[in-house]
Design a protein around this ligand. Sequence first.
Ligand SMILES: NC(=O)c1ccc[n+]([C@@H]2O[C@H](COP(=O)([O-])OP(=O)(O)OC[C@H]3O[C@@H](n4cnc5c(N)ncnc54)[C@H](O)[C@@H]3O)[C@@H](O)[C@H]2O)c1
Length: 242
Amino acid sequence: MSNQKTAVVTGGAQGIGFAISKKLAAAECKVIIIDIDESRAASAAGKLNGDYKIVDVSKEVEVEKAVSEIIEKYSKIDILINNAGITRDGLLIRMKEKDFDSVIDINLKGVFNFSKEVVKKSMMKNRTGAIVNIASIVGIIGNPGQLNYSASKGGVIAMTRTMAKELSNRNIRVNAVAPGFIQTRMTDKLSDKVKESFLENIPMHRLGNPEEVAAVVNFLVSQRSSYITGQVINIDGGLVMA
Ligand SMILES: NC(=O)c1ccc[n+]([C@@H]2O[C@H](COP(=O)([O-])OP(=O)(O)OC[C@H]3O[C@@H](n4cnc5c(N)ncnc54)[C@H](O)[C@@H]3O)[C@@H](O)[C@H]2O)c1
């Protein structure tokens, strides 16, 4: 088996996922980007001498097939970054069932789908692995208009802790990061009013950038964090302090 680590990054074609993919490629990992956007995924993987697969993380059958193919080709998966996520914002009383369901399916069930397959087919057998789930501070403190999204991210935090407890005896570490307000296409969609109110409350008075998230994720999958599991690290300029 090759010494090179194989890292799977869901939603790795752009934004935070691409910054993480770049960081892991720079750390000598073979990076496999999972995304639904074929042209962006192909171009992102091309820049990193990596690979990509077009998979909807919410679809169990697609995930099963992709994970089997990756293991067949690269023989193992050492690192899994569950990053794919969407927003479909709305207040409780106006939220449509389909918007609630799609956010939960992708942000929460997607983490379950990928973690289950990768752990079962590779990490448990090899008795080694590192998983990092990309949660959000709104999964901790809530956010008006993001009922579905905050529920999905709170669920991701709970799953992180349960997975850490279930898998530590197989030498698999599971952690999460909870970014605050990071400059990506996802946050570009927010109105100036919402952005301003966030900035007022951020002690560092600025947005974060995807590279600042990637640096922490890289630490959490490296040997430098070998005694850390089940933790949630906020990356938010001091917005949440608890
Ligand atoms: N940007 C922020 O401020 C912020 C803050 C906290 C948490 N996050 C989380 O970080 C992660 C990345 O966010 P981002 O800002 O880079 O978003 P983004 O929209 O820029 O990128 C998300 C990527 O996920 C892919 N994706 C969407 N649905 C998918 C699916 N069903 N299957 C596979 N891939 C899919 C998209 O094609 C895209 O490439 C998300 O989980 C998000 O919730 C972002």
